[in-house]
Design a protein around this ligand. Structure first.
Ligand code: HAM
Length: 429
């Protein structure tokens, strides 16, 4: 068969079948954790004004320079959101959330867009879940965010996880570090890649994030931010690490972890699988962003948060052979034959649904054999047969697939009878 005319755009995928079940499991765990810690769900628009990201995420970042899907609409420049933190902070400021009790805790789960070169674990449309705490600067909140993300991955039964942590300082101490970096990299300018030569002019910190092998070698000898932190940033980091020790989160300090977004201050972190073949694929990334509100024109508001990549987590769940209860299989199957039986089956299915009893069906089928085959595959314990004769008499057959016995009862008694049998069945097994 030739290639179909219409395919998904490069780097984008349909989420259906098994993939969708993994997504749902991740969503359910996020929601449970969000409910426990009292995070409110927020879903911001998929499109935002482009300037929100050029200002918020930073003009010199790869995301802004190379990866945004941007277009003009009636003179407005709009961009498909490449990340969620700037939009959430925009919403916080725009909706006056400052007047709510602080800190405000928000979470989201949705699609994001980056025009990256598609490769393993890197897509152009990908899903993120994020947790943001806005309105307080205490280091314990950095640790709470770390705890939430780490435990979320543990709840998904993922193993071999490590949290990498760094501090990138604040507007007091970072300039000293930047100057030291600048003179270090300037002296080695010739050996840097083309992108890093540009980064040297725009923001030398970005060089630390470069993945090119020749740059990595130079980076490994570069000055380290930890030696330049001011007292406040130093103490903040120390406290975050102390809290992490307390809650037994396995972490390692990575002095080169600067992250690909410009809004961070103090804590930055990423979570990886230690056995991952691809060291660049973080499952989760985040940090503190105390200056973002101000950059976006609001009053200064400290904040911390993070986001996890759903597709990458699904890849790891599959690799670590995390089994899913793909469907909750019904223990009851309703088979029917004939037009009148179909009509009565439609009504009966609704009665079962209202009684919260799962019932399998193949209501379009005209063959009893294929319906019984389907019931067998589902592993149904009880098959209800509503044939032409039964439909006329308002009766139905209940067949117990384990014992092979069957009984005909009045149609209006069947829901009650099945309820009773399922109760006994549950106490048997
Ligand atoms: P980020 O590190 O750019 O941070 O993205 C967070 C996570 O999204 C990554 O660790 C990765 O799992 C996933 N991800 C990113 N890009 C892709 C892609 N192209 N394909 C597949 N997965 C991807 C942020 O976006 C920040 N807003 C996180 C944050 C929240 N910081 C503070 N609050």
């Amino acid at each position: 068969m030739g290639r179909l005319k219409f395919q998904t755009p490069t780097g984008m995928h349909d989420i259906v079948g098994e993939e969708e079940k993994y997504f749902q499991k991740i969503f359910d765990i996020c929601q449970k954790i969000a409910n426990f810690y009292r995070f409110e769900r927020i879903e911001t628009p998929i499109l935002e004004q482009t300037a929100l990201f050029t200002k918020g995420v930073g003009n010199a970042t790869d995301i802004v320079q190379k990866q945004m899907f941007t277009f003009n609409s009636n003179g407005d420049s709009l961009t498909l959101r490449p990340e969620g933190t700037a939009p959430v902070m925009r919403a916080y400021l725009q909706l006056g959330m400052k007047s709510l009790p602080q800190p405000v805790k928000l979470w989201y789960f949705g699609p994001f867009f980056r025009k990256e070169r598609p490769q393993f674990g890197r897509f152009r449309q990908f899903w993120q879940f994020g947790f943001e705490i806005i309105g307080n600067k205490s280091p314990v909140l950095d640790s709470l965010i770390l705890q939430i993300f780490y435990n979320l991955l543990k709840e998904l039964n993922l193993k071999d996880l490590i949290v990498e942590i760094n501090s990138i300082g604040c507007s007091n101490c970072r300039p000293h570090f930047k100057r030291a970096l600048l003179s270090y990299f300037k002296a080695r300018q010739k050996s840097l890649c083309q992108d890093c030569k540009k980064r040297l002019k725009e923001n030398p910190l970005r060089i630390l994030d470069c993945k090119q092998e020749k740059c990595r070698q130079i980076i490994s000898q570069a000055p380290q931010i930890l030696d330049y932190l001011c007292e406040e940033c130093h103490n903040h980091l120390k406290e975050v690490l102390e809290f992490c020790d307390e809650i037994s989160i396995p972490y390692s300090l990575n002095p080169y972890l600067v992250r690909g977004l410009d809004y961070y201050t103090k804590t930055t972190f990423e979570i990886f699988e230690t056995k991952s073949e691809n060291k660049n694929l973080a499952l989760v990334g985040g940090g503190r962003y105390d200056n973002l509100a101000k950059i976006l024109g609001g009053v200064s508001t400290p904040a911390v948060g993070g986001a996890g990549g759903v597709e990458r987590i699904v890849i790891l769940m599959k690799k670590q052979k995390e089994k899913l209860n793909l469907f909750y299989q019904p223990k009851v199957f309703l088979a029917q034959l004939g037009k009148l039986a179909k009509r009565k089956s439609l009504i009966l299915l609704e009665e079962f649904r209202k009684s919260k009893i799962l019932v399998g069906e193949l209501i379009s089928s005209e063959s009893l054999k294929s319906q019984l085959d389907r019931a067998n595959k589902m592993g149904a314990r009880y098959v209800l047969i509503l044939g032409q004769k039964e439909a006329l008499r308002d009766e139905i057959i209940i067949k117990d697939m384990k014992t092979g016995t069957q009984k005909t009862i009045k149609l209006d008694k069947v829901v009650k009878e099945i309820k009773k049998r399922l109760k006994n069945y549950a106490s048997e097994s």
